[in-house]
Design a protein around this ligand. Structure first.
Ligand code: ATP
Ligand code: ATP
Ligand code: MG
Ligand code: MG
Length: 261
């Protein structure tokens, strides 16, 4: 298209390319999800449908944006990991953030009814997004450990808080009761007062969700001869492992490998 005399305004756009050869992490987070979860009657402390919908959105984002190697989600947030070698959108920060978050939000609306059935979506959900670069594997792992530790701290608090509230305590009283308490105190309240062993709570709640591209056997029908063909494909799949310890990274050496397919 011919240039117009107006085109000079393009130069007002600032370059925002992220440093090369660094890990990129896009974190999206629901805006005002405390209210959103109340309006939509989320079960407390954890609404399984809401978690599974978040996971579905992350899986759809990974199916679309192939550069993402792993995603980690808990509560109303998801982090998407893009490797050092990626040149996605020339590593432009706002292009990456806005594309990921927009895809996530539209999937949230599109798939809502599959998870919430008759419970209608009351208003348009919104998520914010940022892209941060992390210079080496250690800080990337520390980033993910930070999010999973946050999941643990919040989930232990919320599990204890809602157990107290459901047993008849007011929300204010439960809040006061837990103020300044340590992990061991909350574990003890759960065990002694409610006969709940925190370690037996499902990992999806305690550990959050990690989406990795898992080798999966898929069967399709050949259009040529109508025969079944079995192939191994990499399918984004949710797992609920500990990602702070070394074991997860030893089991998935491809995640931090320099050379990618
Ligand atoms: P902001 O706009 O600053 O992010 P927010 O209200 O979204 O504010 P967050 O700190 O992001 O606050 O917390 C998200 C809130 O969403 C949680 O405190 C919790 O109340 C709710 N929430 C998210 N996921 C679930 C879920 N699966 N089950 C129950 N509640 C949930
Ligand atoms: P990118 O992902 O780089 O933005 P793009 O395919 O979205 O690529 P754009 O330069 O944004 O390319 O152009 C948008 C295209 O969408 C137009 O070229 C046109 O083909 C189509 N389009 C947008 N709005 C309309 C419309 N109202 N009617 C018909 N076509 C439209
Ligand atoms: Mg939020
Ligand atoms: Mg949040």
């Amino acid at each position: 298209m011919a240039n117009s005399k107006f085109e000079y305004v393009r130069h007002f756009e600032m370059a925002d390319n992220m440093l090369p050869s660094t890990w990129l992490v896009v974190r999206i987070d629901g805006r005002g999800f405390h209210r959103f979860s109340q309006t939509h009657n989320f079960a407390k402390p954890n609404d399984r449908r809401a978690i599974e919908l978040m996971n579905r959105c992350a899986i759809e984002v990974m199916k679309d944006i192939k550069d993402i190697i792993l995603a980690y989600g808990q509560s109303d947030e998801y982090s998407f990991i893009i490797p050092k070698s990626s040149n996605l959108y020339s590593r432009r920060s706002s292009k990456i953030s806005s594309t990921v978050v927009s895809l996530f939000a539209s999937n949230y609306v599109m798939h809502w009814a599959e998870y919430f059935g008759e419970d209608k979506l009351q208003y348009a959900p919104c998520f914010d997004s940022r892209t941060v670069c992390y210079p080496n594997d250690k800080v990337l792992r520390d980033y993910l450990s930070w999010r999973q530790a946050d999941c643990h701290i919040n989930n232990l608090f919320n599990t204890t808080f809602w157990a107290l509230v459901k047993s008849g305590m007011t929300e204010d009283a439960a809040e006061k009761h837990l103020r300044g308490s340590f992990s061991k105190d909350k574990n003890e309240i759960l065990f002694v007062e409610f006969n709940i062993n925190y370690n037996n709570i499902e990992p999806i709640y305690r550990k959050g969700s990690t989406i990795i591209r898992q080798k999966t056997e898929v069967t399709s029908i050949s259009p040529r001869n109508g025969e079944e063909v079995k192939r191994i494909k990499l399918i984004p799949t949710a797992i609920y492992d500990d990602i702070i310890g070394q074991e997860f990274w030893d089991c998935h050496p491809e995640l931090l490998a320099e050379k990618r397919r």
